[in-house]
Design a protein around this ligand. Structure first.
Ligand SMILES: Cc1cc2nc3c(=O)[nH]c(=O)nc-3n(C[C@H](O)[C@H](O)[C@H](O)COP(=O)(O)OP(=O)(O)OC[C@H]3O[C@@H](n4cnc5c(N)ncnc54)[C@H](O)[C@@H]3O)c2cc1C
Length: 368
């Protein structure tokens, strides 16, 4: 039986940008499928999240899927930590597709060095003032709110950071699109906050709990990336196989060449490995916020997607360079090794947990 759950998406053109896809998903009541019992506050439902990402990936660009993925896996769960009417209203509008929300963590300073971020929030008795800037944020050009990670104290201690919900139309907020044809459909851009004055009800979660809240929910973004990686690799491999079986070579086709088949089969191994890892680690990430499991998924997805897309790009030959073809997808998919934590950074997390990973491997069946 064909899966008709996501049929409302079929009314959109394949070129639809992330905000349009989000609105269609929300309007059809499909966004809540990513959460347990349909409640954002109850946490991610891994199967529901994977089904949504697979449906979006099958129909739209990598950039549009990125826009949806960041909101589903991280922005909405962080927003759900807010208890004020302002936060509740923003969540309600986002989960019904009436608004998009940007998750603004990466700062004008290096994204991989998050505790060096400069954007600051001054917390006073009668309100807040936000000053600083965020770069390369998905959904910037379309967002109604910026979930902004800011420092309320100097220094790098993990209790010095707090989330602030900044309305995009507040005086002092300036948005500009990033110079990126590859990711324009994600609404990616840069935002500056120039002495933005807000009520204290725009603080999100407890003061000083910004980084723990981020750490808790970046794990689900890493899970989402791995689930999406499986869907993307499967789709690209299916397209590539169709191309190879139809491409004449001598009396037969490219698919009949043993070296080509072996190369393709090695890609199948990589995607099956990633799929198995997702199956093993999705519950620990979604239910227990296991940071080591999330880092493992992120590192594996970055490597597998890069391998599969590079190999498939080669196998398409010149035909891979058509507009919207595999070579463009490959360039966009390089984000799997950078966005939401560069591969090197998550490998560092994994190295820190080497003892526990090795202990898990010594007790098969009990890990993690
Ligand atoms: C299309 C797009 C959408 C994005 N969306 C969002 C979003 O919605 N929200 C958000 O907050 N951010 C977003 N980002 C930013 C993204 O999360 C950052 O790009 C990422 O965290 C890496 O930070 P950076 O680009 O500043 O890399 P840099 O810090 O400049 O690092 C560059 C490279 O240096 C190397 N490197 C860095 N640190 C180390 C280390 N410790 N060890 C070894 N090597 C290292 C790595 O190879 C790394 O890729 C987006 C980025 C893009 C391109």
């Amino acid at each position: 039986m064909p899966d008709t759950r996501h049929a409302p998406l079929d009314a959109l053109p394949r070129t639809a940008g992330g905000a349009r896809v989000w609105a269609a998903l929300g309007g059809a009541g499909l966004l809540t499928g990513a959460y347990r019992d349909g409640e954002v506050r109850s946490g991610i439902d891994p199967e529901g999240l994977a089904a949504l990402l697979t449906a979006v990936d099958a129909r739209f660009s990598i950039a549009s899927t990125l826009s949806v993925s960041v909101q589903l896996a991280t922005a909405l769960p962080v927003l759900a930590a807010g208890r004020t009417p302002v936060a509740r209203r923003a969540l309600d509008r986002a989960r019904t597709g009436r608004a998009t929300v940007a998750l603004a963590a990466t700062d004008v300073t290096a994204g991989t060095d998050l505790t060096a971020l400069r954007t600051q929030v001054r917390i006073e008795d009668d309100g807040l003032e936000v000053t600083g800037g965020k770069t390369w944020i998905a959904n910037t050009t379309t967002a109604e709110h910026f979930l902004t990670l800011a420092r309320h104290r100097p220094g790098r201690h993990f209790t010095h950071f707090t989330w602030v919900l900044v309305p995009a139309d507040a005086p002092g907020v300036t948005v500009r699109p990033a110079d990126s044809a590859l990711f324009a459909d994600s609404g990616v851009g840069h935002v500056t906050f120039d002495g933005v004055r807000l009520g204290r009800d725009h603080l999100l979660g407890r003061v000083g709990f910004g980084l723990p809240l981020f750490a808790r929910h970046i794990g689900t973004e890493r899970l989402a990336g791995a689930q999406w990686g499986v869907a993307l690799c499967r789709r690209v491999l299916a397209d590539t196989r169709r191309h190879l079986t139809g491409r004449a070579h001598g009396d037969r086709t490219l698919w009949d060449l043993d070296p080509v088949r072996q190369r393709f089969a090695a890609c199948l191994v990589r995607v099956r490995e990633l799929d198995a890892l997702v199956a093993q680690l999705q519950e620990p990430v979604a239910l227990h916020h296991d940071a080591t499991a999330a880092a493992t998924l992120k590192a594996a997805a970055g490597s597998a997607v890069n391998h599969v897309l590079t190999e498939c790009g080669q196998l398409w030959g010149a035909a891979g360079f058509t507009t919207g073809g595999i070579q463009e997808v490959r360039a966009q998919a390089a984000l799997f090794g950078i966005g939401g934590g560069a591969t090197e950074v998550v490998l560092g997390t994994l190295a820190d947990a080497a003892d526990s990973v090795l202990a898990d491997l010594a007790a098969p069946g009990t890990a993690p």
